[in-house]
Design a binder for this molecule. Structure first.
Ligand code: MLT
Ligand code: MN
Ligand code: ZN
Length: 307
């Protein structure tokens, strides 16, 4: 399986348009430090890619990534669809940017679909431009990403609930039919040809046992690195809530994810979805060395990961 890291920043990106904090200012001065909104692309077959989360940067992210370019026919795109981990704006505002397509296939939970349909009214707004085709993301067992169990493509996918936090715009919505509460999931994507698997979890409100099971034999995990410690959002003034209260387990401190990741056997363990306040946006920050001592990396823009 081949993965392309299309972006590694939390909502706002680095730099964020209205922010002059040290991380944003440094990225403005040095374009090499810039991070686009967190997203990956996963190859589902020769020249067929799924983009995980449609960020506000999706157009630029596709342009910056050769394997995602259209051709050779004028309107042939290798982008086969979008898989969503949640309905947050930083992971979904890119959907309207795909409206030039005849249709867009979206794989998402019922809760995420209800937020986008009833909250953002995406189906209605985009109907005159393109057709959204929805596929329910499997939550109880892995299911083929494309086609049926026998004739389908090589990848299978499953969502693991990692938070019940709704996007702020969806707090008042009635919710999904049938009471689907899977507002935020981690994705486990496995290649049936060789058994290789990746777990992608850009938001982790909790770390359930089911996530441990999903990660146990994964070859690569990319997880929520929004904040270095729980107090960071309050200390830096970006929120009155702690990291945990915002739906993101911090990297360090009590309940931090670095300790857990240190024990995960996966060969590649990476943080992504970094907020611009996170000291790790500075490539010289000592945190990089501290994580590296446990074999943990910070995902870089346009990284290619071969599993
Ligand atoms: C999050 O990751 O918590 C959300 O993206 C926050 C936001 O963008 O408002
Ligand atoms: Mn986010
Ligand atoms: Zn900033």
């Amino acid at each position: 399986m081949r993965l392309l890291v299309l972006g590694t920043a939390a909502g706002g990106g680095v730099p964020q348009w209205n922010c002059a904090c040290p991380g944003c200012a440094a990225a403005r001065a040095e374009p090499g430090r810039r991070r686009r909104h967190a997203s990956i692309a996963v190859e589902a077959g020769a020249g067929r890619w799924y983009i995980v989360n449609a960020t506000p940067d999706i157009g630029e992210q596709i342009e910056e990534c050769g394997p995602l370019h259209p051709g050779p026919e004028r309107r042939a795109t290798p982008v086969a669809g979008v898989i969503l981990t949640d309905a947050e704006l930083d992971h979904t505002l890119g959907l309207p940017r795909l409206r030039e397509a005849d249709g867009v296939r979206i794989v998402a939970t019922g809760a995420v679909r209800s937020a986008l349909s009833a909250g953002l009214r995406l189906d209605r707004v985009l109907a005159p431009y393109t057709r959204l085709t929805w596929t329910d993301l499997a939550l109880t067992a892995p299911e083929p990403l494309e086609g049926g169990p026998l004739e389908g493509g090589p990848l299978e996918v499953q969502g693991i609930r990692v938070s019940g936090k709704r996007p702020r715009y969806a707090v008042e919505l009635p919710g999904a039919p049938g009471g689907d509460d899977a507002w935020v999931v981690a994705l486990r994507i496995r290649d049936r040809r060789d058994g290789r698997a990746v777990v992608y979890a850009p938001a982790l409100g909790v770390w359930p046992d089911e996530l441990d099971r999903a990660i146990k034999d994964a070859d690569c995990v990319l997880v929520d690195g929004t904040f270095w410690d729980d107090e960071e959002p309050r200390r830096t003034g970006c929120s009155s809530r702690t990291s945990t209260e915002m739906g993101h387990l911090p990297i360090t401190g009590p309940g931090g994810t670095a300790e857990r990741l240190a024990d995960v056997p996966a060969a590649r363990r990476l943080y992504t979805h970094l907020n611009n306040t996170n000291p790790l946006v500075d490539p010289d920050d000592a945190g990089h060395r501290r994580l590296a001592a446990s074999g943990i990396e910070v995902a870089r823009e346009r990284m290619v990961i071969e599993l």
